[in-house]
Write a protein that binds this ligand. Structure first.
Ligand SMILES: *Cc1c(COP(=O)(O)O)cnc(C)c1O
Length: 259
C-alpha cells in the first residue's frame, strides 16, 4: 500500500480549486460506495486528515470548504489548533494518546477517536472537568488481531464500555478501527465486518449515556470497502491533500511499510 515504487493515485492539492476537485471526487466515491449497498450517502461523514500538511495548505483547504480536521499526533494538532484558531475548525484526534498528553486533548479537541484504556479515560475525564468541557470519543478496537496494533480486542469492548460510565465528560459515540495493512481486500473487509458486527451485538445493551451509532473505519486506500461494510465516518488524508512522505510506521508501530 505504501511501497515507494508504486505510483500513488493521490494528487497534491495546493490551490482552492485543487482541493475542491479532490474533495468532490472523494465525496462522489463515498456516495457511489454507499449507493452500491443501498445506503444513504448522508449516513457517511468525511473526516479529512491533515497530518503532515502545512498550516498554509490547511488554510487553503479550509477556504475550499473543510470545517473539521483529523490529526494523528497531539503536538502537531495542538500547534495547528493554536496557529489556525481564527479559522474556527474543529480538531479531531485520531491517533494513540499517551496519558501525559490527555490534558492537551482536553483543551483543544472536539473529538477523540482512539480511546483504548481506562486509565486514559480517567485522566481525560479529570482534565475535561478542570476545563469545563466535554469530549466526543470513539473506542478504538483492534480488529486485525495484529499484536502491535493499538486498540482493545473485540471481546474486551463490552466490559470496557460498562466501566466508562463514571467518566461523565466523555460522550461515547461509537467505535473506531484501522484495518490490517494488506493488499488482500477480503482480509481488509473482514476487519470492517468485525467492527460492525461487534457494534451490532453491543448496541442494545450499552449502559445509559453511551451510544454506539458511529463506526469510524476506512482511509484513502480502503474507504469504499469500509462504507460497504457500514462505516459512518471515513478518515481520508492522502486522497484529499495528496501523498505523504512520512511512512505509516511513524503513526503506528511496525506497519508493513517499515519492514
Ligand atoms: C493518517 C491516518 C488516516 C488517513 O490515512 P490516509 O492514507 O492519508 O487516508 C486515517 N486514520 C488514522 C488513524 C491516521 O493516522
Amino acid at each position: 500500500m505504501s511501497t515507494p515504487e508504486v505510483p500513488t493515485p493521490y494528487v497534491t492539492a495546493t490551490t482552492v480549486s485543487d482541493f475542491q476537485a479532490n474533495i468532490s471526487a472523494v465525496r462522489e466515491r463515498i456516495a457511489a460506495a454507499a449507493r452500491s449497498v443501498d445506503r444513504d450517502p448522508a449516513e457517511v461523514s468525511l473526516l479529512p486528515v491533515s497530518k503532515t500538511v502545512s498550516e498554509e495548505r490547511i488554510r487553503t483547504a479550509v477556504a475550499a470548504g473543510l470545517t473539521r480536521l483529523g490529526e494523528n499526533k497531539v503536538q502537531e494538532a495542538e500547534r495547528k489548533a493554536t496557529n489556525l484558531a481564527d479559522l474556527g475548525v474543529e480538531w479531531v484526534v485520531i491517533g494513540h494518546l499517551q496519558r501525559n498528553k490527555a490534558k492537551d486533548v482536553a483543551r483543544f479537541a472536539t473529538e477523540f477517536q482512539a480511546l483504548d484504556s481506562l486509565r486514559l479515560a480517567e485522566t481525560l475525564d479529570r482534565r475535561l472537568q478542570l476545563e469545563g468541557r466535554g469530549l466526543d470519543v470513539l473506542v478504538q478496537v483492534n480488529t486485525s488481531a495484529e499484536p502491535q496494533k493499538y486498540g482493545l480486542a473485540p471481546e474486551e469492548v463490552a466490559d470496557f464500555l460498562n466501566k466508562l460510565t463514571p467518566y461523565q465528560s466523555l460522550r461515547v459515540k461509537g467505535l473506531m478501527t484501522l484495518a490490517e495493512f494488506t493488499s488482500d481486500t477480503e482480509r481488509v473487509r473482514e476487519c470492517f465486518i468485525t467492527l460492525r458486527t461487534l457494534r451490532d451485538q453491543l448496541r442494545d445493551n450499552v449502559p445509559a449515556g453511551i451510544e454506539l451509532s458511529e463506526l469510524s473505519m476506512g482511509m484513502s486506500g480502503d474507504y469504499e470497502l469500509a462504507i460497504q461494510e457500514g462505516a459512518t465516518i471515513v478518515r481520508v488524508g492522502q486522497a484529499i491533500f495528496g501523498p505523504r512522505s512520512t511512512p505509516d510506521s511513524f503513526y503506528w508501530p511496525d506497519s508493513p511499510s517499515s519492514s
